[in-house]
Write a new protein. Sequence first.
Length: 594
Amino acid sequence: MGGWKRTHSCGALRAGDAGKTVTLMGWVFRRRDHGGLIFVDIRDREGITQCVFNPGDGAEAHAKVQGVRGEFVLAVRGAVAPRPAGTENVKIPTGAVEVLARELKVLNDCRPLPFQLDSEGDAEVDETLRLKYRYLDMRRAPVLRAFQVRDLLCRAVRDYLHEHGFLEVETPFLTRSTPVGARDFLVPSRLQPGSFYALPQSPQLFKQLLMVAGFERYFQIVRCFRDEDLRKDRQPEFTQIDIETSFLDRDDFLPIVEGLVAAIWRRVKGVELALPFPRLAYDEAMARFGSDKPDLRFGLELRDVSALFVGGEFQAFAQVVGGGGAVKALRIPGAGSMSRKDLDDLTAEAKQAGAKGLVWIKVTAEGLNSPVAKFLSAVQDRLLSLTGAATGDLVLLVGDAPAVAATVLGRLRIDLARRFKLIPVDRDVFAWVIDFPLVEWNAGEKRWDAVHHPFTAPRDEDLPLFESDPGKARAKAYDLVLNGQEAAGGSIRIHQQSVQERLFGLIGISKEEARARFGFLLEALEFGAPPMGGIAFGLDRLAASLAGQESIREVIAFPKTQKGTCPLTDAPAPVDARQLRDLGIRVVEGADPA
RNA sequence: GGGCUCGUGGUGCAGCCUGGUUAGCACACUGGACUGUCAAUCCAGAGGUCGCGGGUUCAAAUCCCGUCGAGCCCGCCA
């Protein structure tokens, strides 16, 4: 840089700096060439400053800047001057001043860009192209801002947890495959041919071992890997805030987590959250919202209207209720205007979600408008009062097993709330969902599966249910829900080896298999494991939410596409035959991935 | 594995439904003019396998089939 030193950032200069000689370094954001006078907006991470190239201030600099184009890297030296009256730019913080360029160094040139970085309109650049040139995409202020939010989030987490006695510990990425959960990413071992490491789906087992080690409070901001299909909120590698503590029961632990969330919101958004967060039992969340991660920013609660149909003339519902099922109702205010086609689509959606059918009722001034209106006349008044429906509203009914009816309407609740813009987007609503079932029946495999993971402790009083009625046993598990998304999930762990073995027995993992897969954990539990529990946040989702982004790709530096590829590096890619030989691996041509 | 949407100069879009001029517009790019602009302006210019393959037709960006890529969703994700 020829001995030049940057004296200020491009966001620093104000009216009070007039008269100073400064050196700015950055990229050419925009260039306005008036022939005799050339304006260059120079940009760095901190902002934009207008530089004026006037032959009278620096003839050589003015000559040089004629060849300068967008995104050239410049060093500009000159005097700060207040802008002539009437030419100030109120849109940028440095708009009161400009730099009268005396000297110019072109530190680097730049090819014509694959897409514009300075567009102010709503022209969206194709995302694959953005990712292929992510380093250019990231020069754009909104993209940078998302990463600054993520940085602030991480700092808030580290500061808060360190203040509360948590120790930051790293755990292995090369570990062993476990039988539960998502598909593992495998890494072949060269030194142990035929054996594989697995990348961790989460540091679950390690953090429990750290508790056995007596570290008492651990956290880690850690990458996790799951080889499953991608979504806008799911990447094959993602980041968790992983936390584990000893000697705390649920009600001691959750307030610590609430404090963490409050610290994050304070730091990133300057918002003071109301604590504690409300708690909903799983059963209640399902009954009222048809979801285990209800969006509580709006109402539209489900109602149970089973009683109206007992033995009634509407045979379909009468049979459902008679057979132990339920009829649930969802009222959407103002949705009575939906067309027949919209309602047909809605019915298709309900069926896709598992319902046998969907009953829709438009409430009009003349009465109920519905394909099954003739069956409803007897219960019309009670239906309207139970649901609170009024003229112009739409009421949806699903009769099925209680869980199915609730889930279907829960999905329609979200869909319709979005469609009719009933969701206030200007606030964040948190809630805990607690008392999850411990296990659920897997009809396909004819066995019980752990709902959370197999190290989750049952509520003490539910332990006897293992033998009598496992489906009724509730877990010491908790999810933190933010605006209808799962922000974090965790549990109090089983810390006694005998209980752990009983649970493995219940979910059909034999003693031998358990010993083979995580005997190391079972053994550790025999050496004085303390009571322990923890939680893990999805950091990317949290960051996306804080940055006001829909997709976590916006807060991941170099994310993958939906097919798991990286447009920038073209990963994944074939490797040399030599590398495969070292690993003892042969690629089967035409192999059909299941 | 399945459903829906999209693919047109470097970028963002129009044209496609209803096949038929030289595929149009804006930005970027190149050359020129211009001393107060800030999405500078004005003049001129260059730049297109209409994702790819096949079919229908006298004729395909346009209609049909297949395929590839991207996005959203379902399944999947303890």
